[in-house]
Write a protein that binds this ligand. Sequence first.
Ligand code: HEC
Ligand code: HEC
Ligand code: HEC
Ligand code: HEC
Ligand code: HEC
Length: 328
Amino acid sequence: MGAMNTVVNWTVSVLALGMMLVGAVRSSEPVAELNDDLPKVRGDCQSCHPNEARDWAESRHAQAWESETFAQTSRNRTLRMCLPCHAPEPILVKGFGEHPDLRAEDRTHGIDCISCHQDADGAYHGTLGTKTDAHATVKNEKFGTVDMCATCHEIFGTVDWYKQSEWGKDPNGCVNCHMPVVERPIATGEGLPARKARIHKFEGATPEMFQKGVKMEVAPREGQLQIKMESVQVGHTVPTGPEYVVVIVEARFLKGEQELAKRQTLLADNVAIDGSDTRLKPGERRVIRHPIPEGAETVQVRILHKRNRDLPDDKARVLYEETVELGG
Ligand code: HEC
Ligand code: HEC
Ligand code: HEC
Ligand code: HEC
Ligand code: HEC
């Protein structure tokens, strides 16, 4: 929802855009579907690529600058070393693998279409080899590879972990998990064929992704609660990212509504703090055990995700939740 609010702010005039589209498409009926709440992005990509625009608006890339937790940790966006990757110039200008420069305009759009797709000549890169009068395109086999994502994501070790994982040899490993393929036309216009397109939501720390990636099993065993976690479909640690980002495995023992005890286990990169790294590694199986307190009837287990470890628990994102009867 936060994403949509921001998007509405950027839409200088939703009405003007709507009228433009009505003018362009005239009599055909999908107009309503096209004009409503489409984010207006640099380059007006949304007017011809509405699916990519709508997906992207939900992504964290769209939030990279506005993010509250980014503001908290970058001294309200004044620490200059922190800014470039969160509102970059097009990465194709310096080339994959080179940290981008901070751009001057429209920083609130974060990592937008132009940041990833536009080169120094103003052409848009992809892998499909399409030709259009709308703009120049370049077929670039490196586009969408791990090397492209690594331009910004290598800094926190995500790519090193990836290379050691069972997916590490796949040059498209990041997008294969984070940008699922769908067959559909990739632009609006008469007679365009369905193509191999990729969803632009860049889902990462969401309940759906987490539950696909990590198998959870919660059960009482001889007076103890066992929480089993197995990383089955994650090409890096859980969590990954800067050390601000943490995951908490929480067990609340309850008698009726009353909380008898709360146990929390931190999955975090604490190397700079106490030398430990307790994140779940790719392929790792871990069992967390807690004694069950006298009189506990149920236990509620939750996985909490925080983009800044200083956030209170009620501001965390819940990636998983299960309540189990303790039969006592
Ligand atoms: C006036 C309409 C229009 C606008 C505006 C537009 N595009 Fe396109 N774009 C197209 C069409 C049409 C195609 C080709 C579709 C096809 O052949 O299936 C295309 C193709 C592409 C491709 C595929 C390249 C390939 O072959 O792999 C990319 C990437 C792309 N556009 C990015 C963008 C971005 C980024 C923006 C905004 C900065 C943008 N486009 C703005 C109409 C547009
Ligand atoms: C973080 C980088 C990134 C951002 C931001 C991004 N894209 Fe893409 N885009 C990609 C990748 C990667 C592919 C898929 C390349 C491949 O494997 O074919 C792609 C593919 C495309 C294609 C080809 C058809 C398809 O859907 O796969 C179009 C069109 C496109 N993007 C438009 C956009 C538009 C419009 C925006 C902004 C609303 C945008 N992209 C934002 C990385 C990005
Ligand atoms: C220009 C730098 C840059 C590039 C290139 C880039 N990213 Fe990102 N990405 C970021 C930043 C910064 C964030 C964090 C945004 C935030 O939450 O503030 C992010 C967030 C993400 C997330 C969401 C994490 C979450 O918290 O849910 C995923 C998934 C992701 N990127 C995947 C990719 C993939 C796949 C590629 C390659 C196609 C890619 N990124 C390319 C900078 C980049
Ligand atoms: C085998 C599938 C898979 C591969 C390969 C993969 N990821 Fe992920 N990724 C996931 C899953 C599942 C999650 C959600 C669990 C989590 O939060 O770590 C995730 C989460 C993320 C996040 C959010 C992290 C957080 O905890 O806040 C980012 C960023 C990300 N991935 C980037 C990447 C990049 C960059 C690559 C390539 C170097 C990559 N991923 C490769 C499955 C994958
Ligand atoms: C080289 C590029 C790069 C630089 C420089 C960079 N970041 Fe990021 N940042 C990223 C990427 C990529 C992610 C997504 C990581 C993930 O979730 O795995 C991210 C995510 C984050 C997040 C978690 C997402 C969010 O919005 O809360 C915070 C907080 C953050 N960065 C703060 C900072 C701070 C503070 C600095 C400066 C000390 C900084 N970053 C410098 C690339 C960068």
